[in-house]
Design a protein around this ligand. Sequence first.
Ligand code: LLP
Length: 427
Amino acid sequence: MNLQITPVTPNLKYVKGKLQFELVDILSIVRKLGTPVYIYSKSQIVENYKNYDEAFSGREHMICFAMKSNSNFEILKIIHRLGGGVDVTSGGEIYRAINAGIKPQKIVYAGVGKTEQEIEFAISKNIFMFNVESKDEVDVIEAKSKSKNKNTKIAVRINPEVRTKTHSYISTGEEGTKFGIPIQDAIEFFKYLKTKKFVTPVGLHFHIGSQITEIEPFLIATKKVVSLIPYINSLGIKISYLNIGGGLGIRYFNETPPSPKKLISTIIKHIPQQIKIICEPGRYIVGNSGILVSKVLYHKKVRTKNFLIIDASMTDLIRPAFYNAYHNIIPVKLPDKIQPMVKYDIVGPVCETSDFLGKQRMLPEIKNGEYVVIECTGAYGFSMSSNYNSRVRCAEVMVDKGRFYTIRDRETYHDLILKEKLTKDNV
Ligand code: LLP
């Protein structure tokens, strides 16, 4: 029998048996633009941003959207209009952010492997702050700042060594990861910074991981890092900023993450009043604001398995293949009559056994040519997509109060070969 099919993504609703996203019929979008296609809800992005922003209720803070989660211009523009900045992780992200209208003074830059060129570029653009992760990196920032006769603000990324219940690939604040300065080496690191003339330490930063759905690890990390402040102050270094890293995890299946208000009100009590807080949510802002729509190409039955072969793959959404991540998958159109459910493995066309979007999913029978929605794919979906198997990357669409518009065209075959050289010898 038909089980109740309930979307996890807010703003995604069945109306007369057909899915609408922010009041737009999904079928009207796919008929016009084809599949696979990413669709984002503008009002959800705005709501999520405001939830975080308002959670600070009066405390001086800056929201720096982690643009690695989704760096589409239109999304960056929404963040910009809401007053947000960005957390970047490469020179390319700085370039992209500035071109989308983000002010350099709202850009913070983290990453263990910033190249000389990237550091030079960031300094020349006058970004707000570097989050530094090693002495070697500080040396390069010092040298580049000196050559430009500029003073560069930095925060030190501390690894607070806290355990998190998330996938090990996206846990960044445990002992032995490549990220940050181990907390026990922090004071010595600040002493080293005192020898630098063109680099000014003004803050502390931590980021303990992604898709964390409980307050405890954030709280432990905050307390540990804040406890360093008096020692750093006693070295004659004033700490004015605390960057608390990424945002909360979201509900993909049955997770019950706390609200930003609950998280922030809990940890803020432990942060001295005079310290300005920076935070870098990515997934929370865009994760449940986006869906991926795909067409069913074929059915295939092998022994006990029913494969639903769809036109989206790991090149469009790598999270299931990479982290065994769960994304709810539902049909765009509900069947007219009650019918038995079928257990499907939903897979893409790519030549890898890891190319699956969902395993053992109970769905009403879906025919070839019909559509499915892969839910909550607004974060680390398109931004991690690739051209593997020479597949073009898909279109992206924004829905906004009943209307929709393309925010990135589907790539073409020509785009795939644009950068390649065909030398005469090879012809
Ligand atoms: N700040 C820093 C320094 C980060 O490294 C990250 C994410 C964030 C902020 C944003 O974290 P969020 O608010 O989105 O949890 N590709 C993985 C996630 C990798 C996250 C890496 N860093 C996934 O698909 O789950």
